[in-house]
Write a protein that binds this ligand. Structure first.
Ligand SMILES: *[C@@H]1O[C@H](CO)[C@@H](O)[C@H](O)[C@H]1NC(C)=O
Ligand SMILES: *[C@@H]1O[C@H](CO)[C@@H](O)[C@H](O)[C@H]1NC(C)=O
Ligand SMILES: *[C@@H]1O[C@H](CO)[C@@H](O)[C@H](O)[C@H]1NC(C)=O
Ligand SMILES: *[C@@H]1O[C@H](CO)[C@@H](O)[C@H](O)[C@H]1NC(C)=O
Ligand SMILES: *[C@@H]1O[C@H](CO)[C@@H](O)[C@H](O)[C@H]1NC(C)=O
Ligand SMILES: *[C@@H]1O[C@H](CO)[C@@H](O)[C@H](O)[C@H]1NC(C)=O
Ligand SMILES: *[C@@H]1O[C@H](CO)[C@@H](O)[C@H](O)[C@H]1NC(C)=O
Ligand SMILES: *[C@@H]1O[C@H](CO)[C@@H](O)[C@H](O)[C@H]1NC(C)=O
Ligand SMILES: *[C@@H]1O[C@H](CO)[C@@H](O)[C@H](O)[C@H]1NC(C)=O
Length: 643
């Protein structure tokens, strides 16, 4: 493969330098192939060359654009100004719910007022203002306006309360908090624990009796501020734009830095990679305090002039109706959204929309095709990439189940790789020379991306907390002495280079000598259980090697038919992957992005004296689930009951 790569690269260069026509170059490459790799390589080459060329073109285009923006010291507000010039009165944002529509010009004027207001109030470049609001009409205008004078917004998850909320405001060093009136109570609770110098602004319905003392009402202030262009700050493309908090499954949220170039790059890679057009209408029902909603979604509006429909809260029953109402051609999803949609009763409207692409991440392979067929969505644009990570991937060519790919012909063009890890602890496995071992096709491994700090395109901007940053970086991964970003996710690559998501850090456990991927089991169980929410995790059983699988199933109406479930489970999963314990609860706790919170569940385990929910145990001698009571629990813990 290496030789093949080199020869292709050489011929590529020849073509570029001497302008040899493809008709001469292609056969030459093919001939080289036969000599070096034989049929397998040829097959791989034929199947992937189109895909790779498209991706190379996208990378090149984005890279050139980034170069230009760097050279011209552009920032996101400047890029937005170009968009406004071009699209002026076209609708930029539609707020589903109120039905409010803002044109590009209106959004520009509003954000100018915001900029001028904060400037008048003494906010300057590098200051941070926290944005804590649920109602969205002004959200984009607010952070964009702040960016126009170099003030950085800290986008805080509106589900946070108390310590977590104070923590987020504190670690960002915010000088002010803009909160939505719907969150007044949450603000009052934490007001006394915040620094006295933190100014408060309230956006929305204003009730001076309820808000913390000293709070100002934002909307009238903005309305009375002039809308002239603010004085642009001395900011460039690699300066900070805003902060996004990553909701770790452990501990408090971490603030990840988003610089202008990263915002641009994330939005542009998706735009060009998936061949979007500015005439597309994008339906964005993801939270705006995360990168999927605010960068991948809203970015298409600010940078590429697309109309974006912003939905305050995802609603499974309204989803397709909204798409029809606004003529949406692209919808954004995260895995759980797809499952909730599939869980809905069949409607006529679900096929009558003009959606041509679903864009997002986390669609499970077990429901991928069902989703496409039932909802008549021709293309799934699955991508991979955390806010703070730069090893992003995209499934540009509609390959079922894949979250992206890396070229097999020229794997070195894009410096990412799967390396071997201990899947339980996620420790990197290193060869005798101390360098990580790359995975072969079919071998699961952790996705890593090489770090080249001086290339702005490839910089890891890290977290506000330096020690959190260093945890995500490992030395000597590609070669001795380099450093690389650790994604924490395990993927598998096939022979064509398509990558398939396997699971997230620590989400694998061992049972009966086998590795069990909780992500996979969750997908299967959820399918068997009519798309109910299912969380799978490993629990320790005294005296037993490894961890026993346990599934928490959200079943408010007690509708699970355990007999049938046991039968189907036998067919669907190998013995070691079948959950030993089941816990039925009305609802499982989720983060704002629908990620399950497993920590508490894992801690509470399967002890009926701790857990008041209904518990069941898989009795392997009977081959079915039985109710788990205190007596059975005792006999399991003492080792009498065979697992
Ligand atoms: C937040 O900062 C304020 C003032 O700097 C301090 O009094 C408070 O203890 C901090 N709270 C937390 C949770 O760190
Ligand atoms: C904000 O949301 C709340 C709750 O959903 C709603 O009652 C209120 O009217 C909204 N306010 C504005 C200004 O949109
Ligand atoms: C959707 O498209 C139809 C037909 O092309 C058009 O009449 C209608 O006004 C459009 N609706 C919106 C909200 O743009
Ligand atoms: C994507 O793949 C599915 C089948 O896997 C196919 O039905 C569909 O037409 C493809 N879409 C595009 C845009 O090629
Ligand atoms: C399970 O994972 C461990 C550590 O990553 C690995 O050594 C082992 O070979 C895996 N076992 C199977 C059956 O995949
Ligand atoms: C990841 O980030 C590092 C450093 O910031 C960079 O050197 C590396 O090239 C990036 N990788 C990708 C695939 O962008
Ligand atoms: C930074 O992260 C480390 C480790 O994750 C943690 O121990 C420390 O408290 C954090 N510091 C702040 C200021 O949040
Ligand atoms: C749920 O239903 C099963 C049988 O369908 C029954 O045995 C069990 O007691 C019920 N549990 C609750 C909490 O209603
Ligand atoms: C869900 O969250 C609530 C509030 O944080 C907590 O009281 C409850 O115990 C959690 N439930 C589970 C099953 O962890």
């Amino acid at each position: 493969m290496l030789r093949l790569g080199c020869s292709t690269a050489l011929l590529f260069v020849l073509r570029l330098l001497f302008g040899l026509p493809w008709l001469q170059v292609l056969p030459a490459i093919l001939i080289f192939f036969f000599g070096t790799g034989g049929w397998t390589s040829l097959r791989v080459f034929m199947k992937t060359i189109g895909r790779d060329l498209h991706a190379a073109g996208v990378l090149l285009k984005v890279k050139l654009n980034v170069r230009r923006h760097l050279r011209e010291h552009n920032t996101l507000p400047k890029i937005f100004a170009e968009t406004v010039q071009k699209y002026g009165d076209k609708t930029a944002l539609i707020f589903e719910g109120t039905g409010e529509k803002w044109s590009f010009r209106q959004l520009d004027e509003y954000s100018n007022r915001v900029a001028n207001l904060f400037y008048q109030r003494g906010f300057r470049e590098g200051d941070v203002v926290a944005l804590f609001m649920e109602n969205r009409s002004q959200y984009v205008g607010l952070w964009l306006g702040m960016a126009k004078i170099g003030v950085e917004a800290a986008l805080i998850n509106f589900n946070l309360r108390l310590e977590a909320l104070v923590h987020c405001v504190n670690i960002s060093n915010s000088k002010a908090v803009v909160f939505g009136s719907e969150l007044t109570d949450a603000m009052c609770e934490v007001h006394s624990s915040m620094g006295k110098t933190v100014k408060l602004f309230c956006s929305g319905d204003w009730d001076p009796k309820r808000v913390p003392i000293g709070t100002e009402c934002l909307e009238p202030l903005i309305a009375s501020t002039p809308a002239h262009k603010p004085i642009p700050p001395q900011r460039g493309f690699t300066d900070r734009l805003f902060y996004i908090y990553t909701s770790g499954t452990t501990g408090l949220p971490k603030a990840a830095i988003v610089v202008h170039s990263r915002y641009y790059r994330m939005a542009a890679l998706v735009y060009y990679g998936f061949r979007m057009r500015s005439e597309d209408v994008l339906y964005d029902c993801l939270p705006l305090y995360h990168s999927a909603g605010n960068i991948v979604g809203v970015g298409q509006c600010l940078i590429h002039g697309m109309t974006v429909v912003i939905k305050k809260k995802f609603s499974a029953s309204k989803f397709w109706d909204d798409c029809i109402k606004y003529n949406c051609t692209i919808v954004q999803y995260i895995g759980e959204i797809c499952r909730y949609l599939l869980n809905q009763p069949v409607r006529d409207t679900e096929q009558q929309h003009c959606v041509r692409m679903a864009l997002g991440n986390g669609l499970r392979q077990s429901i991928w095709e069902e989703f496409m067929q039932r909802f008549n969505v021709p293309q799934i644009a699955e991508f991979y990439g955390a806010t703070e990570c730069n090893c992003s991937l995209g499934n540009f060519d509609n390959q079922t189940g894949a979250c992206g790919f890396n070229s097999r012909i020229l794997p070195y063009v894009y410096p990412i790789r799967l390396v071997r890890v201990n899947e339980e602890t996620m420790e990197l496995i290193r060869g005798p020379d101390g360098v990580c071992i790359p995975c072969r096709p079919g071998e699961p491994g952790q996705l890593v991306g090489r770090i080249i700090q001086n290339d702005p395109l490839r910089r890891f901007d890290g977290y506000v907390n330096q020690s959190a940053t260093s945890k995500k970086i490992a030395p000597s991964v590609f070669k001795k002495g380099d450093s690389a970003y650790l994604s924490g996710d395990v993927l598998v690559m096939d022979e064509y280079g398509y990558m398939y998501f396997k699971d997230r850090t620590g989400d694998t456990f061992r049972w009966k000598g086998e590795n069990v991927s909780t992500t996979e089991v969750e997908g299967t169980l959820s399918r068997l259980l009519e798309m109910k929410d299912v969380v799978v995790y490993g629990v320790e059983v005294p005296g037993a090697e490894g961890k026993a699988g346990m599934a928490a199933i959200a079943d408010p109406d007690n509708t699970t038919d355990l007999e049938r479930f046991s039968r189907e489970l036998e067919k669907a999963l190998p013995v070691y992957a079948r959950p030993v314990f089941l816990r039925f609860l009305p609802e499982v706790n989720k983060t704002g992005t629908f990620k399950f919170q497993k920590m508490d569940l894992r801690r509470e385990g399967f002890d009926p004296s701790v857990v008041s929910d209904r518990l069941c145990f898989l009795d392997c001698s009977k081959g079915r689930y039985v109710e788990l009571d205190a007596e059975l629990h005792r006999s399991i813990v003492s080792g009498k009951q065979k697992l």
